[in-house]
Design a protein around this ligand. Structure first.
Ligand SMILES: Cc1cc2nc3c(=O)[nH]c(=O)nc-3n(C[C@H](O)[C@H](O)[C@H](O)COP(=O)(O)OP(=O)(O)OC[C@H]3O[C@@H](n4cnc5c(N)ncnc54)[C@H](O)[C@@H]3O)c2cc1C
Length: 459
């Protein structure tokens, strides 16, 4: 397999011309709030079927997105169907062939991604989200406009309008589930900008972990909890150059369960051309119990840990890239009326981080954002209700999210990690099992079979 091409295309560093801001008061088949992977997926799939969509993004491209930048195999069928796979692959990226795990004791095990997937270019990449999101959004804004829809960049959605006459404010007892969303209010042109209203019978909330549509629905319409710190993760990332062992454009991404970071992990995800996304993540309720902030924990790992200090000795951080953000996990919640959290109401569909769908073990959320965007579009296209969407979403993603939550809880125990990674580093059968588990949902089921686990770990 050759190295990925690293051509001269730097279009993702340029602004995107997405046309005139539409006149206030317009009505659409759907309004999509947020132009990340979830919103782009929903808007793209709707537009491909001829629906008139208004896609609203708060930022103006080019824009950064704090992330680990790994795009897993689950995402690739969507980037293909949305028409950007070839374009993405013609730009600089790191092609992932395996994942290297290390335990607190410093043992390591390499899990190869399935060779057939790597050979077919279906295994996964890592590349800066600025680049990934730009290429996807640019494609989708063309699809949307070709289908008669419109785009707003620099549009901050402030409120959701309902048919009972209320804005996003608490409608009072009794009316919660009956009211139907009918539009949104967006502020254009910064803090003192003009507010405009647009209407649609379908509103898709795709604005990430602080999505105004999600807040309006979860907190104000239903009076339920939006942020559960047992199921939210804090993440911090920096970009570095010159980290030893991360020079190539093809190879492994690295996940390290470092003693000072448990419960949580430290990652090194090369993104090509010698640049590495270096970060750290921890469940927020567990971080609350730590005295140190993630930035300081990461600094100590880089400069003091015996596994890393030499690798970073000649490396330098790219200035201005140290930033934190939150990951709303999709782990099942004890108190919630819907799992992982409510993602539907009359006329409202939530997708991606707005629906709290990040994998609670790996921290991956791009794949589930793309998947849920497609599912929301499919429900709208086929006249199915948002509640049916909520049920279908958990039926599709619930088993793997539940499984990942079990793995996350196991990974909080240093002794278990030491024992497991120590075993796995010596036993090819365990490495093969892990490769299978990354590749297929059926193989993940094996995790629930005590006999299978016992046999694989012990013999
Ligand atoms: C530190 C960190 C590391 C991560 N690493 C990985 C990884 O390696 N791989 C992976 O798959 N996932 C990773 N994730 C998770 C991943 O970033 C998210 O799950 C993913 O971005 C979700 O996509 P989304 O479209 O739902 O939301 P977002 O990507 O957050 O997009 C939301 C969009 O909505 C816009 N918006 C916000 N507010 C408004 C508003 N009021 N009006 C209009 N627009 C608005 C935002 O500007 C943004 O463009 C990581 C997350 C973090 C924080």
């Amino acid at each position: 397999m050759g190295a990925p091409r690293t051509g001269d295309d730097v279009s993702w560093k340029q602004p995107i011309d997405s046309g005139e801001t539409p006149d206030a008061g317009g009505t659409y088949d759907a309004i999509v709030v947020g132009g990340g992977p979830g919103g782009s997926s929903a808007a793209g799939y709707l537009a491909m079927e001829g629906k008139r969509v208004l896609l609203i993004e708060k930022e103006t491209w080019p824009r950064d997105k704090i992330c680990g930048d790994a795009v897993g195999g689950k995402s690739l069928s969507h980037v293909k169907r949305l028409g950007v796979k070839e374009h993405l692959e013609s730009t600089p990226h790191f092609r992932v062939t395996g994942i290297l795990f290390s335990s607190p004791k410093g043992h390591s095990v390499r899990v190869a991604l399935p060779e057939e997937d790597v050979a077919r270019l279906e295994a996964g990449y890592s590349l800066p989200r600025q680049q990934f999101d730009h290429i996807l959004f640019n494609q989708v804004q063309t699809l949307v406009r070709d289908a008669g829809g419109a785009i707003i960049q620099g549009g901050d959605v402030r409120d959701v309008l309902y048919d009972d006459g209320h804005g996003g404010a608490d409608p009072g007892e009794g009316s919660q589930s009956a009211r139907h969303a009918k539009g949104i209010v967006v502020r254009i042109g910064g803090r003192k900008g003009e507010e405009r209203t647009y209407y649609a019978s379908n509103i898709i909330g795709a604005a990430g972990y602080r999505c105004p549509v999600a807040k309006s629905m979860v907190e104000e319409t239903y009076g339920e909890e939006m942020v559960d710190r047992d199921h939210y993760c804090a993440g911090y990332r920096e970009y570095w150059r010159g980290v030893k062992g991360c020079e190539a454009n093809v190879g492994d991404i690295e996940i390290h369960f470092v003693d000072t970071v448990i419960p949580g992990y430290f990652w090194l995800f090369p993104v090509s051309e010698g640049v590495v996304n270096v970060g750290i993540g921890m469940v927020m309720s567990l971080l609350d119990k730590q005295k140190k902030k993630l930035k300081l924990l990461q600094h100590e790992v880089i400069h003091e840990h015996p596994l890393f200090k030499d690798r970073f000795a000649d490396a330098s951080m790219i200035p201005g890239t140290g930033k934190g953000w939150q990951l709303p996990f999709g782990s099942p919640r004890k108190k919630a009326s819907n799992q992982p959290r409510r993602s539907s109401a009359n006329g409202v569909f939530l997708v991606g981080d707005a629906a709290s769908l990040v994998d609670p073990f790996s921290g991956e959320g791009v794949g589930n954002a793309l998947v849920s965007g497609e599912m929301a579009a499919d429900h709208i296209l086929n006249g199915k209700t948002p509640d049916a969407y909520q049920d279908a979403l958990w039926a599709a993603l619930g088993p793997e999210l539940t499984n990942s939550f079990r793995m996350q809880k196991m990974s909080r125990r240093a002794w278990l990690l030491n024992w497991f990674v120590g075993k796995a580093s010596k036993k090819p059968a365990i490495q093969e099992m892990m490769t299978e588990m990354i590749a297929s949902k059926e193989a993940q089921e094996n995790l629930h079979s005590p006999w299978f686990m016992f046999k694989t770990l012990m013999f």
